[in-house]
Design a protein around this ligand. Structure first.
Ligand SMILES: [Zn+2]
Length: 387
């Protein structure tokens, strides 16, 4: 194994509390990568020798983004639906069926190529860990296929057979829940780390959601929930009840929901690119943070409700529209995402962590929100290697 010294770092965000503050930020810093992991971080003048050295010339370095929520296995797009929405047609969960039809038609090669394209797009923007869900197949074979393809790109694959009741089961939703908790789960489980359900009016209710999550848990999967996106509902409470890692969306919460998140330790996954692209009210991040809830920021990249793969865009929205501080937003997009995926090896640059990082053509991480939509990420490292 060879070691690499990155020096000339104007601002290094480590998320290592031993360096002080929630971000563990160091100025005039250096970092040593040994093989695939971080070996050392500290002041440039105290850096140890390494086999090779690169001077970053006063750029900032941050932990790679951990995007804890995406739907990348699909075919087609819904640009026309987006255009209609921008002229007044409201978003509803039923639009998912459009993508289901296109995805079932696609070949394995087409689906794999589309995931590869989107993962490359994410890496270029600093994302080094991504969770990928199924949910546009909704048959036994198509869900298993989606997860098998997703597994080529990440270990954090999520079985979302319960995305919406497909048209072929419109008159028999209970029959569909039986499929999702039975033969579909049997086919999906070996390719999945997580089980998820869309608990919402027009999708699945609390009893159906509970049955689906418990079936997944019984098969050794861990739970996450699409909760409280379009209105108040039982999703967050269900996430707390079953010990889910995260409740994502959290746009409409009661005080009891906020209390449940705070006391259960369920991470609240906030997905502001969805509110942006559906022209909806943003979740109240301040209320969650002030209650002590752990917050993750993620893209929810999908062809319907929001087709952005950009974590920097989510950070800019979180700061501008959700009143998170730039430091809170960056933490939530890195360490918060790792907490949402129950990962301890990523989301921070503490010695021993996987050397996943992004180099910014900027003197400080503040520029991520200060310069929205500017491609500041100049280099992304995954496990110590530039990608
Ligand atoms: Zn989603």
């Amino acid at each position: 194994m060879t070691s690499l010294l990155l020096t000339g770092i104007s601002s290094l965000v480590t998320n290592d509390p031993t360096h002080g503050g929630p971000l563990g930020e160091l100025h005039d810093a250096a970092l040593v990568i040994d093989g695939s992991t971080v070996a050392w971080t500290g002041r440039r003048t105290a850096a140890p020798a390494a086999d090779a050295a690169v001077d970053l010339g006063g750029r900032a370095v941050i932990p790679g983004f951990v995007d804890s929520h995406s739907h990348l296995v699909f075919a087609g797009d819904r640009a026309e639906e987006f255009a209609a929405r921008m002229t007044g047609t409201p978003y509803s969960a039923g639009g998912i069926r459009t993508t289901v039809a296109a995805t079932r038609e696609a070949t394995d090669e087409q689906l794999t190529a589309n995931v590869a394209r989107l993962v490359t797009e994410m890496r270029r923007q600093g994302t080094t860990t991504v969770e990928i869900k199924s949910g546009y197949g909704l048959t036994v074979a198509d869900e298993a296929r989606a997860l098998r393809i997703a597994r080529q790109f990440t270990d954090d694959t999520t079985y979302l057979g319960a995305h919406v009741v497909p048209a072929d089961y419109a008159d028999d939703p209970e029959g569909y829940v039986a499929l999702v908790t039975g033969p579909m789960l049997d086919a999906a489980a070996e390719h999945s780390t997580w089980v998820d359900v869309f608990v919402e009016r027009g999708a699945f209710d609390a009893d159906q959601g509970r049955a689906i999550l418990r079936a997944g848990l019984a098969r050794g999967l861990q739970a996450r929930v699409h909760a409280n996106q379009l209105g108040e509902g039982p999703g967050v409470q269900l996430a707390a009840e079953v010990g889910a890692a995260s409740a994502d969306h959290c746009t409409y919460l009661t005080d009891a929901d906020v209390d449940a998140l705070a006391s259960s330790g369920v991470v609240a996954g906030l997905l502001p690119a969805i509110e942006f692209s559906t022209r909806s009210p943003y979740p109240d991040a301040r209320r969650l943070l002030d209650a002590g809830v752990t917050v993750a920021l993620a893209t929810d990249c999908n062809p319907g409700s929001g087709y952005s793969s950009s974590m920097p865009f989510c950070i800019a929205l979180a700061v501008r529209e959700m009143r998170m501080t730039p430091a809170e937003a960056l933490w939530s997009a890195t360490a918060g995402g790792a907490a949402s995926l129950r990962r301890t090896d990523v989301g921070h640059l503490t010695p021993g962590a996987r050397a996943d990082l992004a180099v910014l053509d900027a003197p400080s991480y503040l520029h991520l929100a200060y310069r929205p939509a500017v491609p500041l990420v100049t280099q992304t490292f995954i496990a110590g290697r530039p990608v």
